[in-house]
Every structure is written in C-alpha cells, then in structure tokens.
Write a protein that binds this ligand. Structure first.
Ligand SMILES: [Zn+2]
Length: 366
C-alpha cells in the first residue's frame, strides 16, 4: 500500500485535521510514494524504536507523541527527539504521529484509561466545541433514500452511539431553468414547481468535504441547492478526558490501590486523602490539569491525570474533587496498545503491525 493511501485512511479514521492547528500531528516525515506493508506502533520515537523498526522490516513508524514539538534549527545524529527523524529518514523510515487525535476519539486514550480503571457509563469530560456543522439539502422525493444513505456512509448523522440520524420534511421547490440548462425536472425557460424534501443532518467538520461530495454525486439535480451552517452544540463525537462511575462506591484508599496497579505506579501524588467513598471518576491521560475544572463541574470524586504542579495541588485542596497525579507516562502507558488496536481494525491483514517493546518513561524512580 502506498504511504499516501495509508495517510488518507488514518486521516479518515482519526481526526488529524481537527487537532492539527494546535498540535503537530500527521505525516511528520516521509515519502508518499513509498510502498508500506509493515508498520511499528510506538509511544514515541527513540533510538531503540528506530532499531526495532528497521530490524523488523517496517518502513513506517506510527507514534503517539510527536518527535517534532518545538521549532527546530537543525537535524543531526545527536540524541534529541527531532534528531531521530533525521536518523529515520536516512534509513528510509517514514514517521506518522497521532497524539491528540487519539485523545479525542471515543475509542482512544481516555475512554481506554477509564475502562481499565473499571468505570461504566463512560462519556467525554470536556466535549469539543465548534466541530459540528448542519447540512441541509433539498432533494426530489424519488432520491431521498439514495442521498441520505450516501451522506450517512460518509460520516453524516452521527450523534454519540447513534448513526444515520436525519430529519426530512416535505415542501415545494421552485426554480426557472435557464438557457442551456439540463433540468432533472421541468423544461428550460419554463418556471417549475416540484415536490421536494428538505433533508438535514449534522456532520463533523472533518467529514464535511466527503459528505458534500457524496451528496452531490447521489443527487440527481444539475445544480444542487444546499446549505452548510455552523452550529453551537458541543460535539458528541470528540472530546478531551473521560468521566464515568464505578459499579459501586469504594473507599478512596482501595480505589487508589487499583489505580497504582493498573497504571504500574509505585506511588501517586494526590491533593488530599479523602475519607469519602469514590464512585464518580474523571481521567485525562498526559497533562490534563486544564480539565480539572470540568471534573469539579461534573461532580467527580477524583480526577486522575499527569504533570500536576505544586500550585495545582494547592488550589485544589479545598475543592470537592480530589486531584491525583499518576505521572504523564503512567496515564499514557497504554498509548501504543490503543494505537495498535485501531490500526489493526483499520488495516486488518493488509498490514503487519508490530507493537514496539521500547515504550518507557523518560524519568526513572530511585
Ligand atoms: Zn503525553
């Protein structure tokens, strides 16, 4: 499979373009004409991952963290993160990064983390805003099913766990076909009135281009009347963090033991030891402190993330939600597994997918 096709498929599956303005994701280095048949998925790019990929015959590494996260003036063979890109390029290995595109999807990092901690009824902690559009198109009666189905197949009408959501109302369309037109209904130069359905569906902006193309292809009119509106609803399809409930409430100490076991952490840092029971839990893998306020608003008993600073702890001490730091890497330790699962689902047997064995925390505990 050409790398260009691999990139296209990943972008259809993960919302790379949705997060690309804030995050350096997508194809970081590579030749779109390369043939790829084997990929290595890894938490991040380092010398061991590169060796492993080369030895296994992978010419594509898909990482969670980007190797290029700040402006870089040079690429050499030293051991800083961007230099591994230079090494990869010299060995004809392409590098693709997913990062926040894997955080904001329902089957991504945060729902996975929540589920491993035993949460049920998992939902987004902080749904994205400004991602939804409403598309309205006027369709003749005999093509309504065809147009609705083409739009659905390309991603329109998804609301949470429901797909193919649409509304159609009947009305009358009127138009005057001009000279040289080839109208589906009516005759050039003669005013026409015809029965039409107003079909409306929501669509995430990442799928909008595909949905419009599919709609135009399925629609019989020479000139299609349609509108695209921005809407203010929060997304039910993309968001940061996750929140859910334990099957039954447990003492805080017992739950914290579970967190340590699941995340492989010898200790946690928390804002205060609560003697209350834990039932509602919010999580955000990586550096999730900005979402602590959402956990408080949603009434979480505890919020688990990484990279919590001294002053974050200090300010949260009097808040009802316990703030817990399970380290950046601890909360992201399943990134490569999540990535592998999604890549396997996408590419099935068209790709050999190798899970890197070199996923490690940059810090060591002494
Ligand atoms: Zn991270």
């Amino acid at each position: 499979m050409k790398l260009s096709e691999v990139v296209k498929k990943i972008k259809e599956r993960l919302p790379i373009e949705l997060v690309a303005d804030q995050d350096n994701v997508g194809l970081i280095s590579g030749d779109l004409d390369d043939d790829c048949g084997k990929m290595t998925v890894a938490y991040e790019l380092n010398g061991d991952v590169l060796e492993e990929a080369a030895n296994s015959g992978s010419n594509l590494i898909v990482t969670y963290h980007t190797p290029l996260y700040r402006p870089t003036r040079s690429f050499t063979t030293s051991n800083s993160s961007p230099d591994y890109l230079f090494r990869a390029t010299r060995r004809s290995i392409n590098v693709f990064t997913v990062h926040t595109a894997l955080d904001v999807v329902r089957d991504g990092m945060n729902f996975d983390l929540a589920s491993r901690l035993g949460l049920k009824n998992i939902r987004y902690l902080s749904p994205l805003t400004d991602t939804l559009r409403k598309i309205v198109v006027f369709v003749p009666q005999d093509h309504i099913d065809k147009v609705r189905s083409a739009m659905s197949k390309n991603g329109a009408g998804v609301i949470g766990n429901y797909s193919e959501c649409a509304f159609a109302s009947e009305g009358e369309g009127s138009f005057l076909p001009g000279e040289g037109s080839v109208p589906y209904v009516g005759t050039p130069g003669k005013p026409e009135r015809t029965s039409e359905q107003r079909l409306e569906m929501v669509v995430d902006k990442v799928s909008l281009g595909r949905v419009v193309q599919a709609m135009l292809k399925a629609h019989p009119y020479e000139e299609v009347a349609y509108d695209v509106y921005p809407i203010l609803n929060t997304s039910s399809n993309f968001g940061f963090g996750a929140i859910g409930e334990l099957e039954e409430e447990v003492p805080a100490e017992k739950f914290l033991e579970r967190v340590k076991n699941v995340l492989g952490q010898p200790f946690l840092k928390i804002s205060r030891l609560s003697d209350a029971k834990i039932k509602r839990v919010a999580v955000c893998a990586g550096s999730g402190v900005p979402f602590y306020k959402d956990a408080v608003r949603e009434g979480a008993d505890i919020f688990i993330t990484g990279d919590v600073k001294h002053h974050d702890f200090r300010e949260s001490r009097t808040r009802p939600t316990v703030l817990a730091d399970a380290t950046h890497h601890g909360t992201e330790r399943f990134a490569a597994e999540v990535l592998q699962r999604i890549m396997k689902e996408m590419f099935k047997d068209r790709f050999v997918i190798n899970l890197s064995k070199h996923d490690y925390d940059s810090a060591v505990i002494v």
